[in-house]
Write a protein that binds this ligand. Structure first.
Ligand SMILES: *Cc1c(COP(=O)(O)O)cnc(C)c1O
Length: 390
């Protein structure tokens, strides 16, 4: 089945048996155990990381509403399984904990989402990180490497990393790709050899700015280990959030298509503005790589303002239709200042080495009419010009 069809129908196989058409929401925290032997066997299976059992026992072990969303996401990512968490950070934490026994460090490439950078750098999980360039992975890797982590397109500079090349360099060591910016509509890292695909489902998968969630797509064997971590640490996705995510999936391809078309037009417009000194967008610099691993550039862009921080701060205040806010992937357009907000937790030296300058703004393009977005940026840039002269 094609992506558009999977987005509408995946994860709904049991609805027919249930005799319902819409996704049911199961809010039970506990489930009756009338058959003790069956209950014990179910508990053993779920604690060991099985996806399902005859009796769910307790909602930290299994929830049918969450499981349906996981099946849909696995289908969209062409993975055997998916495991959902209460946030993207809970999902990344679970992978790091699951891989902890397999090595004594992780290799990761910058830039990467600010809190992912911070979580790995601060040593909280006891698995040190070594930061490398993608081209250095082959030399840096050794049998005690637990995991290689890349993000592509990367937050916030839209830098692309060659997934297949990193997978090849990593050899037997698993590679995790944070594919949040691409969505399963534009990129499927599993098909390029990645072992784990991470999505902050808060972003495009949710798509309406009202859910915090994370999900990992992977093999069933890796999913088993992740479910064990989830059972033990409780980083659950709430069934209401799972329902909202699953309800939104059918329109994901449409939303991405429309927002991407807007983003492409905005990039062309931004490149013609005298106040804009640089524009970043997948495929602008490395078109061959974008076309090799993605089906389109996506809906997030970044640009630098010639007048630097002062102009960026004025744009944050002056936008009317676009919301000045962190996060991305919603139907409405958002703009933000990475150095001052999302990547604040990364130290200044590292930030500037990764290209996260005071003049940089990141915009998540929504599905509004592009003319209105251009008009809004135009009037905000005009305010920035006035402020610079004043
Ligand atoms: C937002 C984000 C995360 C973190 O996800 P949360 O759902 O906020 O915990 C991780 N990676 C990327 C690329 C993100 O944009």
């Amino acid at each position: 089945m094609k992506t558009e069809t999977l987005a509408v129908h995946a994860g709904r196989a049991d609805l027919k048996t249930l005799g319902v058409h819409a996704l049911p929401i199961d809010l039970s925290s506990t489930y009756p155990v009338y058959d003790l032997a069956e209950g014990t066997a179910s508990l053993d299976a779920l604690v060991a990381g099985d996806a399902t059992a005859a009796n769910p026992i307790y909602s930290r072990l299994y929830n049918p509403t969450v499981h349906r969303f996981e099946q849909a996401l696995a289908a969209l990512e062409q993975a055997e399984a998916a495991v959902a968490f209460g946030s993207g950070m809970a999902a990344l934490t679970a992978v790091l904990l699951a891989r902890k026994g397999a090595g004594d460090h992780v290799l990761a490439c910058r830039p990467i989402y600010g809190t992912s950078d911070h979580l790995m750098s601060c040593g909280l999980l006891g698995l040190p990180v070594r930061w490398v360039q993608p081209a250095e992975v082959a030399d840096a890797i050794n049998p005690s490497t637990a995991l290689v982590i890349i993000e592509t397109p990367a937050n916030p500079t839209l830098e692309l990393v060659d997934i297949a090349a990193v997978v090849k360099a990593a050899g037997a060591i698993p590679v995790l790709v944070d594919s949040t910016f691409a969505t399963p509509v534009l990129q499927n890292p599993i098909t390029l050899g990645a072992r784990y695909v991470l999505h902050s489902a808060t972003k495009f998968l949710g798509g309406h700015g009202d859910v915090i969630a994370g999900v990992i797509a992977c093999s069933e064997a890796d999913a088993k280990a992740l479910r064990q971590v989830r059972v033990g640490t409780g980083g659950l996705l709430h069934p209401l959030a799972a329902y909202l995510l699953h309800r939104g999936l059918p329109t994901l391809p449409l939303r991405v298509e429309r927002a991407q078309a807007n983003a492409e037009k905005l990039v062309q417009w931004l490149q013609q503005q005298s106040q804009v000194s640089a524009v970043y967008f997948p495929g602008l610099k490395n078109r061959a790589l974008m076309q090799q691993q993605m089906r389109g550039p996506g809906c997030v862009l970044a640009f630098e303002l010639a007048d630097g921080y002062r102009a960026a701060a004025t744009v944050m205040t002056a936008v009317k239709r676009i919301t000045p806010a962190v996060s991305l992937g919603s139907v409405d357009s958002l703009i933000q200042h990475p150095a001052g907000l999302t990547h604040r937790v990364v130290d200044e030296h590292t930030r500037s080495k990764a290209g996260i300058h005071a003049s940089l703004m990141r915009m998540s393009v929504g599905i509004e009419h592009v003319d209105d977005l251009i008009a809004d940026l135009q009037q905000a840039f005009r305010s920035a010009k006035v402020a610079a002269v004043a």
